[in-house]
Write a protein of this length. Structure first.
Length: 158
């Protein structure tokens, strides 16, 4: 059961910017690394809450999560094309995986405040890259999105 919030998520989940080893986490960027032919493959499972459909995908370590979804035609919009200017790539992550993420930027937090079905483990897919420990995880898509850009517009990746 997930909790939903409509307030600022700044205090969400505590000091997520610190790794378990006590070091500061590196911040990700939004472009895909799928071109790294020698990168290790991991399995990412997707759950579409609207339909209950489950999709299994293979991802390269270093690949942007939004670009991965687009590569497999997962209905994850990404209206702003991955620059954290909307909330249409909002995903819900398993607790253990979420706890491994670096802290969301203030810009991402602002966009998450606009997301439909926000939970304590919500993040924008455009702001995350696949890591080896993602292997076997399930990423859930909420039942709907809020697109303040243009409803129905689905941009093509560059």
């Amino acid at each position: 059961m997930s909790q939903q919030f409509g307030i600022s998520m700044i205090l969400r989940r505590g000091l997520n910017c610190i790794n378990k080893s006590g070091t500061l986490r590196k911040f990700s960027h939004s472009h895909s690394h799928a071109h790294l032919a020698n990168a290790e493959d991991v399995q990412i499972n997707w759950l579409l809450k609207k339909t209950g459909e489950r999709i299994i995908t293979r991802a390269k370590v270093g690949e942007n999560v939004l670009r991965l979804a687009q590569r497999y035609d997962i209905p994850l919009e990404g209206a702003c094309e991955g620059v954290a200017a909307c909330s249409t790539c909002h995903c819900i992550f398993e607790n253990e995986l979420y706890d491994s993420f670096e802290e969301a930027s203030e810009k991402e937090e602002d966009m998450l405040d606009q997301a439909f079905g926000l939970t304590v483990t919500s993040r924008l897919a455009c702001q995350l890259t696949v890591e080896k420990h993602f292997d076997g995880t399930t990423i859930s898509l909420p039942e709907a999105t809020r697109n303040f850009y243009v409803d129905g517009h689905v941009p093509k990746p560059h």
